[in-house]
Design a protein. Structure first.
Length: 245
């Protein structure tokens, strides 16, 4: 079963360019956070960014060759790769050295990264206008994740930044915005051809099986998830995090 996606051919170039800018921004934020955590002599930043760059390269090459568009393959290839990414993120918190590295990342940077969720939601809305995703996946439907991006600068400045700090408020903000992320991810999965129900969704979610939008579930979403988990780790388990802004 292969879903041809003719609307993808008609999507304006600026949509793809905007999304690629979001990918680059996420990578830049992570690189900055890793360099601040690793210090001048540490190689953690090099290892982390090299792995991420290699992952993006592999995902891109496979998507350009139609690897993820075989909807008859089980388990679904897209979900399989997403699972690998989630396992890798979980693995970072198993080893003491990587936990220490994550604990040294500036929490302000991890928080400000969520600003990227605003242009990502705009891209989803553009894709909906061009018939590439369902309306329910946009802020015009039941996806309110854009509020996470809008509130991120305030959370970064007033909850974990230099102006003032409130661990409890920061934890609550991360819980709420993580909930918004889970909401859209769940709906996006339900709208894929594997679970698509025309009684619920007006359009199957197939854009994410094509480049560059495959990097949404296989890079941007895992990065946002990582920032939440890393922030929880610092806020809950590190009593006196280093004030590195």
């Amino acid at each position: 079963m292969l879903y041809p996606l003719e609307p993808l051919d008609n999507i304006p170039t600026y949509v793809s360019l905007t999304f690629l800018a979001c990918v680059i921004t996420c990578f830049g934020f992570l690189y900055y956070a890793a360099t601040r955590a690793g210090g001048e002599k540490g190689n953690g930043a090099v290892i982390m960014t090299t792995f991420i760059a290699l992952w993006i390269f592999i995902v891109t090459i496979l998507s350009l060759n139609g690897f993820y568009q075989d909807y008859d393959f089980m388990p679904p290839k897209l979900f399989l790769f997403l699972g690998i990414m989630i396992i890798c993120i979980a693995g970072l918190f198993i080893y003491p050295k990587t936990r220490e590295f994550i604990g040294q990342m500036p929490i302000t940077t991890l928080t400000y990264l969520h600003i990227v969720r605003v242009p990502v939601e705009i891209v989803l809305w553009w894709l909906f206008i061009n018939g590439a995703v369902a309306e329910s996946m946009t802020f015009q439907g039941v996806n309110f994740d854009i509020l996470s991006g809008i509130s991120a600068p305030f959370a970064g400045l007033f909850l974990v930044g230099m102006k003032s700090k409130s661990k409890l408020a920061a934890i609550i903000w991360n819980l709420m915005t993580l909930g918004l992320l889970v909401n859209i991810v769940a709906r996006a999965i339900q709208a894929t051809p594997y679970f698509f129900d025309p009684a619920i969704y007006d359009q199957p979610n197939v854009a994410v099986f094509y480049f560059p939008y495959v990097l949404l579930p296989l890079f941007v979403v895992p990065v946002v998830f990582f920032c939440h988990i890393a922030s929880f780790y610092q806020l809950i388990f590190i009593k006196e995090p280093e004030e590195d802004y």
